[in-house]
Design a protein around this ligand. Structure first.
Ligand code: HAM
Length: 422
């Protein structure tokens, strides 16, 4: 039987990898411009981290984790997201004692066992940022500016930013009870999942996908009307700062997010037109998370973007022309007995900082030119008997088709000059 990649995973082949490099570069450069530094954490962690961090009753923890026992019978889990890992690292290295806020970004694979479909995979990639150590609403705004800047950098300006405040533990607890009271008389009309959920985590009923649940709880009390003064002021300031800076958003009463750690600002970004999985990113504040994982009381805020979904959007909406991987020079060898000299010349070109390639399958002269074209070569160096005898090479500009005979010694400076002037 042919061995294939496991369901929900896929290979990123070189042609696709170029797009990933392009996207990652935009993300990393933008984050660096905003003062965020890269952190890399392990791909697996102790299972308990996600149970405590993401929340025991969340879909991620109850249904979607890749959990296994290692040879020492420790329970480990492939990370389903990055926030809990960053928080663990912050605590483990006591970084909360240093200058605050700490601002990090990360990019890498995450793992969730869910039903695969377009835009939903079992191994997928996130680019995320986390900022620890400030409750300032202006930091919330900064994080959102950064998110928008990345989308715009990728040519994705047709996004919808949904915003809500999920309050603090104090106002949320009171709100939770109000919701349960509102839902209890209509509980039989809720979907099967929500009939269980409404007691444990009634907020999750608000973002249930079933229309019948929404009809059943119509006119439910909203979070925004039940925030305490502090939370209302905080949310108001975040909204105002976005408005002052021309960032469009919609306040969304149904937005509650699927992870337990959120407090106050919560948000999601959607790009309509990319299919059912239109959420390209999400995030928010998590002022209690550091403490719940065993650290000091330290606020945090961040987001994660789904990299597959962003590339899907770029492909579907075709709003940007991406850089193609090309080579500066292709070395076309006209006789087989010149392979030795060709190998040395190719090595020299690469040592001198030029990207260069050649054929290794004894293609004809014509076929080598075709290959050069396919690789996007800007120049071709022709190497034949005449060239070797005369200590020169023939250089062809692939665009203008102009050709020059260049002394061996002068070749590298000539190519550098040509490339600089393009
Ligand atoms: P999340 O909403 O679970 O948040 O995931 C963020 C993004 O990851 C989603 O909006 C989506 O684009 C992408 N994503 C999630 N699951 C999949 C999947 N199975 N296949 C493809 N893409 C997927 C978090 O993970 C939080 N840690 C975000 C955060 C950071 N909050 C604060 N800081």
């Amino acid at each position: 039987m042919q061995i294939k990649a496991p369901r929900g995973t896929y290979d990123i082949l070189p042609e696709e990898a170029v797009k990933w490099q392009w996207m990652e570069q935009i993300m990393k450069e933008t984050a660096a411009r905003f003062g965020y530094q890269e952190i890399r954490t392990p791909v697996f962690e102790h299972t308990e981290l996600f149970q405590r961090g993401v929340g025991e009753s969340t879909d991620i923890v109850t249904k979607e984790m890749y959990t296994f026992h290692d040879k020492s019978q420790r329970s480990l889990t492939l990370r389903p997201e990055g926030t809990a890992s960053c928080t663990r690292a912050l605590i483990e290295h006591s970084l909360y004692n240093g200058t605050l806020p700490i601002k990090w970004f990360y990019a890498g694979p995450m793992f969730r066992y869910d039903r695969p479909q377009t835009g939903r995979y079992r191994q997928f990639h996130q680019f995320g940022v986390e900022a620890f150590g400030s409750r300032s609403p202006f930091l919330d705004a900064e994080v959102l500016f950064l998110l928008v800047e990345i989308l715009q950098g990728m040519g994705l300006s047709e996004y919808e930013l949904h915003l809500n405040s999920v309050g603090c533990p104090l106002c949320r607890e009171q709100y939770r009870q109000k919701l349960i009271d509102h839902m209890a008389p209509v509980k039989d009309k809720l979907c099967k999942d929500c009939q269980v959920r409404y007691l444990q985590n009634p907020l999750r009923v608000l973002d249930c996908k079933e229309a019948t649940c929404h009809q059943a709880i119509i006119n439910y009390p909203t979070l925004i009307d039940n925030l305490c003064d502090d939370c209302r002021t905080h949310y108001g300031m975040v909204q105002q700062t976005l408005k002052d800076n021309g960032i469009e958003f919609v306040h969304d009463n149904n937005l509650v997010r699927g992870l337990d750690y959120y407090t106050n600002t919560a948000f999601e970004v959607h790009i309509p037109g990319i299919g059912a999985q239109s959420a390209v990113g999400g995030g928010g504040r998590y002022d209690g998370l550091v403490e719940s994982i065993g650290g000091p009381s330290l606020p945090g805020i961040g987001f994660a973007l789904g990299m597959e979904r962003l590339l899907l959007a770029v492909d579907k909406l075709g709003c940007v022309s991406r850089a193609q991987q090309t080579v500066d020079v292709f070395l076309a060898v006209m006789q087989e007995n010149l392979e030795n000299q060709a190998a040395s010349l190719l090595y020299k070109l690469r040592q001198q900082g030029l990207s260069a390639d050649k054929d290794y399958n004894q293609r004809s002269g014509r076929a080598q030119m075709k290959l050069a074209d396919k690789l996007g070569a800007k120049y071709v160096i022709l190497l034949g008997e005449d060239e070797i005898k005369g200590n020169f090479v023939t250089v062809r500009d692939m665009k203008s088709k102009e050709q020059w005979k260049i002394d061996n010694e002068g070749l590298i400076p000539f190519l550098h000059e040509c490339l600089d002037n393009r």
